[in-house]
Design a protein around this ligand. Structure first.
Ligand SMILES: [Zn+2]
Length: 269
C-alpha cells in the first residue's frame, strides 16, 4: 500500500529546509557543497581502494558500530577526518553531537530492508547525509507485523545486523521483493545528493525506513537512473545509565523487547 508523501513545511528563512513536524522529520537540501561531496567520495575510495566494486561497503569513524550490541563500541575509535568534523557545528541539534559515523557506499540498484534503528543504544537524533546520487527512501509507520518480526526467536545476529544496523553486506536474494503484510501505507521521500536527513520522534522511533533495491527512481514523474550513492549515518551513543528507551512505540522498541524477554525468562523459572 503506497501513499503520496506527506506535504512538508518549507522554512520561511531558509527554503532549503523542509520539515514534517508531526513525525519529527527534517530534510536540509544542499547541506554540503559539491566540493565537499567530491572530497568525501575521493576520500572514501582512497581509504578502501581494494573494495571498490558492486558490493555495499562501509567505513566507520568515531566509536565504531558494534554489531554484537547494536550500540557503539567501547574501545574502537577512529579519529574523525576533517570532512566530517567540519560539518558537526552546522547540525541542527547542537546540545549533543554524534560520536558514531558509518559511511556506506551503495552500488546502483542496491537497497536496505525496512528497519528501525536501535532505540536504546543511541540518542534520539539520527542523521543521514546522502551524496553521490539521488535515492528514494521509503517510510512506513511500524505495525503489528514489524513488532512480530522483531520478536522472532530465529533472528540471528546476522539478521539483526542486516535489519538494525543498515550496514550489513547484502540481503538474501528475493528477500526485499517479498510482498509484506502492510498495515500502514508506505511513502517515498526523495533524498537529493548533498542533503541531510534528520529523524527524531515518530520518524525515528515508530517508523521503518528502507531503500527499495531498484535501478531507477521516479522523481517528478521521470525515471531517474540511480548512480552510486553514499551516506553518512551519524548517531550519538548512549552509555551506562543512559542506555534504554521509554518511547511511545513499544512494539518496535528494543528496550521493551529486552524487558519482555527478561520477564518471560523469569516467569518460566
Ligand atoms: Zn523505544
Amino acid at each position: 500500500m503506497q501513499a503520496p508523501p506527506p506535504i512538508p513545511t518549507v522554512d520561511i528563512a531558509d527554503p532549503s529546509i523542509l520539515r514534517w513536524d508531526s513525525i519529527g522529520l527534517m530534510l536540509i537540501r544542499d547541506f554540503i557543497s559539491e566540493e565537499q561531496e567530491a572530497t568525501m567520495i575521493h576520500a572514501f575510495h582512497a581509504r578502501d581502494p581494494a573494495k571498490e566494486g558492486k558490493k555495499r561497503v562501509s567505513q566507520h569513524f568515531g566509536y565504531h558500530f558494534d554489531y554484537s550490541t547494536f550500540g557503539a563500541s567501547e574501545s574502537t575509535f577512529t579519529p574523525l577526518p576533517s570532512y566530517i568534523s567540519d560539518i558537526l557545528p552546522r547540525l541542527p541539534i547542537q546540545h549533543y553531537l554524534p560520536d558514531q559515523f558509518t559511511i556506506q557506499y551503495y552500488p546502483p540498484g542496491s537497497g536496505i530492508p525496512p528497519h528501525v534503528d536501535t532505540h536504546s543504544m543511541f540518542a534520539e537524533a539520527l542523521y543521514s547525509l546522502s551524496f553521490g546520487s539521488t535515492v528514494s527512501m521509503t517510510f512506513r509507520m511500524a505495525g503489528p507485523n514489524d513488532a512480530r518480526k522483531m520478536r522472532l526467536p530465529k533472528r540471528s545476529a546476522q539478521d539483526m545486523e542486516t535489519a538494525a544496523a543498515s550496514s550489513a553486506s547484502s540481503t538474501p536474494p528475493g528477500e526485499e521483493d517479498k510482498p509484506e503484510e502492510v498495515v500502514h501505507p508506505s511513502w517515498e521521500l526523495v533524498l537529493p545528493p548533498r542533503s541531510l536527513l534528520l529523524m527524531t520522534g515518530p520518524s525515528r522511533y515508530g517508523y521503518t525506513h528502507a531503500i527499495r533495491p531498484r535501478k531507477t527512481d521516479i522523481i517528478d514523474g521521470q525515471a531517474v537512473p540511480r548512480q552510486g550513492r553514499y551516506s553518512i549515518t551519524m548517531r550519538s551513543s548512549r552509555r551506562g545509565d543512559e542506555i534504554g528507551c521509554d518511547c511511545a512505540y513499544p512494539g518496535v522498541c528494543d528496550a521493551r523487547i529486552r524487558d519482555e524477554m527478561a520477564a518471560r525468562a523469569a516467569d518460566s523459572r
